[in-house]
Design a protein around this ligand. Sequence first.
Ligand code: NAD
Length: 229
Amino acid sequence: MKRIVVFSGAGMSAESGLKTFRDSGGLWEEYDIHEVATPEAWEINPELVLDFYNQRREQVLQSKPNAAHHAIVALEKKFDVVVVTQNIDNLHELAGSTNVIHLHGEILKARSVKNSDKLYNVNGPLSIHDRADDGSPLRPHVVWFGEDVPMYELGKTIIQSADILIIVGTSLNVFPAAGLVLHAKEESRKILIDPNEISIGSFPNLIKVQEKAGSALPRAVNDLLSNNH
Ligand code: NAD
């Protein structure tokens, strides 16, 4: 069975109503990254950080998977599919994808600030008074700018194993995650879907589809399911 790896970013969930970060109208026009998404921000003003992620969680809880998320699930009929996502939402899982790796964490989880293995499901706002059972404060289970990406090596191994790589809805601007796509095998087929022009350099066997995920992905999936790839 051939392996398809889907590498997704914020644009994947844009048609579900979740804002991207870097587009015009994106979240970083409303917020300063340094004030809400860094370890320093957490030190200086944890309430503001929690408030930012509480709003993200609330929006995720109100959103539903879109046609692009559903199309990826359909690929599992014929392919071994792994989704490597930069997104912290749960829309791939809600759609039914069975193998999802979250590079930047999950907004519906919190963890102890002292012990990153102590994870808790969160379905409402987190407060600075919430505690893990080791007694220490809980923080959102997300990777902040300036922090290590613990899932990086796993993501790299998975991308290296792809026969077909679908890159969708990512500006490829956030490193180290964006650099992962460069580990794809030269001979693997690559499809890049994004309505904006994404610069990826010279990348062998690449087809660019400059369109939204909700229309382009179902078409790409139909093609992959109906032809002998
Ligand atoms: P980004 O904001 O840098 O880029 C988003 C990309 O999506 C852009 O290239 C844009 O052209 C594209 N896009 C917009 N609408 C689209 C659509 N309908 N279909 C396909 N593509 C579309 O986001 P990024 O590259 O993922 O990196 C930023 C970081 O932001 C990631 O680490 C991610 O964790 C985080 N983030 C996550 C969410 C989420 O979980 N839903 C939302 C915002 C940001």
